[in-house]
Design a protein around this ligand. Structure first.
Ligand code: COA
Length: 320
């Protein structure tokens, strides 16, 4: 019997504060029209002072657990993808385990920047297919606003905060059909966020820096290739995909991937207009939104994909 990792619940959380392009244009030399035309973003959410990656992860996770109608104790593995953990250690995964009141399960973090949730889905799939775990919670949670340099107009316009969650369980019915993940560590200088304390360089700013134009080109080409790889691995045609759920970095990158799939934008889940790029949370937030509003229905084939610092990139093909 083939065992699949089947989606049984999804969740998402966005902080209350809305920061518009107009707000940003009061502090750096930019404009609403420039940001919207180049990125598709009009506003993003900003976490309150008391919020952290683990507090946002808890809300998203509880929603997914409620939708799945399982007891939290049934979860035997928690994987949290984050580049903005509450602490270096304990992991945000362990903090989430405690917040959910789960005494016996394995929990840890992974760090693959904006591809984090896809890497998390890949790991969850491997654990479930091998029989090592039965019920796995994957969460992407990010407080990008705290690692953004709000004086750098090239990056501060892009990012937002939030958390997305998905619960997967071993099942005979189809679920994750395949996952594909990749890394290429040569591109540190194009996109990074240093950790000054660990580097022993306290004067280095621990903020995101990016050569946006160069990242853009690599992202478009790489995501085109991952679409081909995913379709070929599943012996599927472009027309077999019902929904594209892309990482929400830039509407022009998303549109290029949709074009590659010959897919109308009506079948692409886009959340970035009011969320910006929430890094590892973005794909799961978008997936949750389209599941909850009924666009994604049982039986639909959904292609999730992401690209991020590292570089890292990947996809997950799911029959919902
Ligand atoms: N407002 C106004 N002007 C801005 C600006 C802003 N917020 N940011 C940059 N500019 C200026 C630049 O200084 C440059 O001016 P110059 O020509 O006088 O030097 C000009 O706009 C063009 O800059 P460029 O960086 O080439 O713009 P772009 O079209 O590439 O758009 C990004 C910039 C960041 C929106 C775009 O490159 C992007 O989205 N890149 C990918 C980002 C990404 O996906 N990152 C995360 C991966 S997970």
């Amino acid at each position: 019997m083939t065992v699949y990792a089947r989606v049984i619940g999804t969740g998402g959380y966005l902080p209350a504060e809305i920061k518009t392009n107009e707000d940003i244009s009061k502090t750096v030399d930019t404009s609403d029209s420039w940001i919207f035309e180049r990125t598709g973003i009009t506003s993003r959410r900003i976490a309150a002072a008391h919020e952290t990656a683990s507090s946002m992860a808890e809300i998203a996770a509880r929603q997914a657990i409620e939708m799945a109608a399982i007891a939290a104790e049934e979860i035997d593995l928690i994987i949290v993808a984050t580049g903005t953990p509450d602490n270096v250690y304990p992991s945000t995964g362990c903090m989430l385990q405690h917040r959910l009141g789960i005494k016996k399960c394995v929990a840890f973090d992974i760090q693959a920047a904006c591809s984090g949730s896809i890497f998390g889905l890949d790991m969850a799939n491997q654990y479930i297919k091998s029989g090592a775990a039965k019920t796995v919670l994957v969460v992407g949670a990010e407080i990008c606003s705290r690692i953004v340099d709000w004086t750098d107009r090239g990056t501060c316009i892009l990012f937002g905060d939030g958390a997305g969650a998905v619960l997967l369980q071993a099942a005979e019915q189809e679920g994750i059909l395949s996952t594909h993940i990749h890394s290429d560590g040569r591109f540190e200088d194009l996109l990074k966020c240093p950790n000054p304390q660990a580097l022993g360089e306290p004067d280095v700013a621990g903020y995101i820096s990016m050569k946006g134009n160069e990242v853009f080109k690599v992202a478009v080409n790489t995501l085109g290739r991952i679409v081909d790889e995913t379709l070929a691995a599943n012996n599927m045609q472009k027309s077999d995909i019902d929904w594209l759920v892309p990482h929400q970095a830039n509407i022009r990158i998303i549109a290029a991937t949709a074009k590659k799939l010959k897919m109308s934008m009506d079948h692409v889940v886009v959340t970035l207009q009011e969320q910006g790029n929430t890094s590892s949370a973005s794909v799961l937030l978008a997936f949750n939104e389209a599941v909850r509003d009924g666009r994604i229905q049982r039986g639909h084939v959904v292609l999730l994909e992401a690209f991020g610092a590292g570089f890292t990139w990947g996809s997950a093909l799911i029959r919902y």
